[in-house]
Design a protein around this ligand. Structure first.
Ligand code: CUA
Length: 430
């Protein structure tokens, strides 16, 4: 009785259906029993004639009270456990799921695939394959509902959410927006085509739109457009900030001791507001906030790029760096030697070069000792021992003109004797 659900076309749809049907059946049973008893008693004990009947005096019944407390409690607990079991399955995406980015906007759904393929209002997925949809919105709240898959999730502007399913039959599926989002909300539909794996491969590899894939665009942002690479390596080596290698999905600890998982929302937040979650062992206040300087699309591209850094391919940039590192200048050789003696200066090398090349995060060390210059506030300085010591211990006190003032303070991490060693080194690379 009361079976109105659409065909169950995803792997966990029967789970959803079973619990929905179970709750419906229990509700129908108790509604019938309670209302039926009410009607039965109302008829049976209705007023007859003009005489009042004296009703018997009935005390409470412990047996009945226990019965109607214990039975509903057991039913509720079983329903909750069964529901949680299904919920757990629906929130745990299996490894290797096909990821598709879905962006809602008034009043259309946009889909983009890892290889750069983009579609609107209609998309295609392979059968018998776990599919993860990563949802966000350009404007207002929308909600992505695929009844045949039994999945529904809000698409939220400025944030990422997900849903996953494994279609078990080929054929079309209707998608609805189920969050009232404006006057054309009811027309915000999409079609999902479930096809065989071979057909999916053919479909996804015919590109209507030419152009770079999101991860290629992200790689370009990383290496050319934004200064990410000065602080984040691709090969796992430590620079000013954590390496991007295997970053996506990583579990780690923050400076305040709490745990983090590097998912889409974490990466986005770390780009826009890096001070909110500082990874343990890394300095706070070094990375500038990119809020207002980078678009949602660019953030999506960077995330797509970071996802590719799972160690399966050697990063091109770092190969190039290794190749150029073969021929070291005299200063660089001295620097390598010095790093061997005082390992902490390896951190300095992330931002300060010894070749005099322009473009570093901080001023080059070549010719630094004794240099005369100006601070950002216009006052003059001479790079003597006192200046260098202050620049290491309290770098924010005086910022050299033209530099971002990004250096963390090393007071407490580099002692006086080590500062003297650095000064001796600087004197050698004049
Ligand atoms: Cu989008 Cu309703």
């Amino acid at each position: 009785m009361f079976r109105y659900l659409p065909p169950a076309d995803s792997e966990f749809a029967p789970l959803v259906d079973n619990i929905t049907n179970l709750v419906t059946d229990i509700s129908v049973f108790f509604t019938t029993a309670i209302v039926g008893a009410m009607i039965y008693f109302a008829v049976k004990y209705r007023r007859r004639g003009d005489t009042d009947h004296e009703t018997p005096h009935i005390e409470g019944s412990l047996f009945l009270e226990v019965l109607w407390t214990v039975i509903p409690t057991i039913i509720c607990v079983l329903v909750a456990l069964y529901g949680y079991y299904g919920y757990e399955k629906m929130r745990s995406v299996p490894d290797g799921a096909l990821e598709i980015n879905v962006v809602g906007e008034k009043w259309v759904w946009n889909f983009s695939y890892d290889n750069g393929k983009e579609t609107q209002g209609e998309f295609t997925v392979p059968v018998d394959t776990p599919v993860k949809l990563i949802l966000t919105s350009k404007d207002v709240l929308h909600s992505f509902f695929v009844p045949g898959m039994r999945t529904k999730m809000d698409a939220i502007p400025g944030s990422y959410t997900y849903q996953w399913f494994k279609p078990i039959r080929t054929g079309p599926q209707q998608v609805y927006c189920t969050e009232y989002c404006g006057d054309n909300h009811s027309r915000m539909l999409a079609k999902m085509n479930v096809v065989s794996k071979a057909e999916y491969e053919r479909w996804v590899n015919t590109k209507e739109s030419t152009g770079d894939t999101p991860s290629e665009k992200g790689r370009y942002l990383y290496s050319n457009k934004l200064p990410c690479k000065s602080c984040h390596s691709l090969d796992g080596s430590r620079r000013v900030g954590p390496s991007f290698l295997n970053l996506y999905g990583r579990d780690g600890e923050l400076a305040d001791g709490s745990a983090y998982k590097a998912d889409e929302n974490y990466i986005k937040e770390s780009i826009l507001y890096p001070g909110k979650k500082v990874v343990k062992g890394y300095p706070d206040g070094v990375m500038p906030a990119y809020e207002g300087q980078i678009s949602d699309e660019q953030i999506g591209d960077l995330i797509a790029f970071i996802k590719t850094l799972d160690g399966s391919a050697v990063a091109v940039e770092d190969l190039a760096e290794e190749a150029s590192a073969v021929e070291l200048t005299a200063e660089e050789k001295l620097f390598e030697e010095f790093k061997g003696k005082l390992p902490v200066v390896a951190q300095c090398a992330a931002c300060h070069n010894v070749t005099g090349a322009p473009g570093g995060v901080g001023p080059s060390w070549k010719g630094l000792y004794g240099r005369e210059g100006a601070f950002a506030d216009g006052t003059k300085y001479v790079a003597d021992d006192a200046y260098i010591k202050e620049s290491i211990w309290e770098p924010q006190k005086h910022i050299v003109e033209g530099y971002p003032g990004a250096m963390p303070a090393y007071a407490g991490q580099i002692d006086e004797a080590q500062v003297d060693q650095i000064i001796e080194f600087l004197k050698k690379i004049k």
